[in-house]
Design a protein around this ligand. Structure first.
Ligand SMILES: [Zn+2]
Length: 197
């Protein structure tokens, strides 16, 4: 075999191997070139918090609850601190989520409590109100928690994926919020909202 044939064979092999690697793992080949750095969230998502402030809280008020937000956006450092509580820091364990594993870290979750009654809330009713506002409940293990993830997990959020924006179920809600006026039961009726029980 001539040197030229050997050279062409090696070259062909290298070119094909590169093409195969590129075809099957473009991220691997161009990871540092094609991918922009993923910005670290620093605030609560404005669309998400609008659903909380203009729908969940005012609707709950109609039903006799004065909700306050006890937790909203939580930075990665704050999540780490919280995770250590009850572990390396004295106190009770308050979370099972490491930094980056809570929807709070991406600004798409709030925890709520009633100003006077604390957690003595008809959660079944509040979960229904939350669902009406497009918000998902944290479920039995985390009732004060409402979020918007639309099927995404925290790994998805970490790659920069975000759920589609929510819309208020009724334009009256936005009008009341803008006018700084309370939402009423009549408003909810006009909105076509179900009776939450
Ligand atoms: Zn929460």
């Amino acid at each position: 075999m001539s040197k030229k044939v050997v050279f062409v064979s090696i070259l062909t092999t290298v070119v094909f191997a590169t093409l195969i690697i590129y075809a099957f793992s473009p991220r691997l080949v161009f990871i540092n070139f094609a991918q922009k750095p993923i910005p670290v969230p620093t605030v609560i998502d404005p669309n998400f918090i609008t659903q909380v402030n203009e729908c969940l809280i005012p609707t709950a008020t109609v039903y006799g609850y004065t909700l306050r937000i006890t937790a909203g956006f939580r930075s990665m450092a704050e999540q780490t601190q919280l995770y250590q509580e009850g572990r390396t820091i004295n106190g009770h364990i308050v979370t099972e989520a490491l930094a980056g594993r809570s929807i709070h870290n991406y600004g798409f979750a709030v925890d709520v409590a009633d100003v006077r009654r604390g957690y003595n809330i008809n959660w079944t009713r509040l979960v229904k109100i939350g669902a009406y506002c497009g918000l998902e409940s944290g479920g039995e293990g985390d009732l004060p928690h409402f979020e918007h993830r639309a099927g995404l997990n925290t790994a998805d959020f970490a790659t920069g994926m975000r759920p589609p924006p929510l819309t208020l179920p009724c334009s009256i809600m936005d009008e009341r919020a803008k006018a700084n006026k309370p939402l009423t039961l009549k408003d909810l009726k006009n909105c076509g909202a179900p009776k939450f029980s």
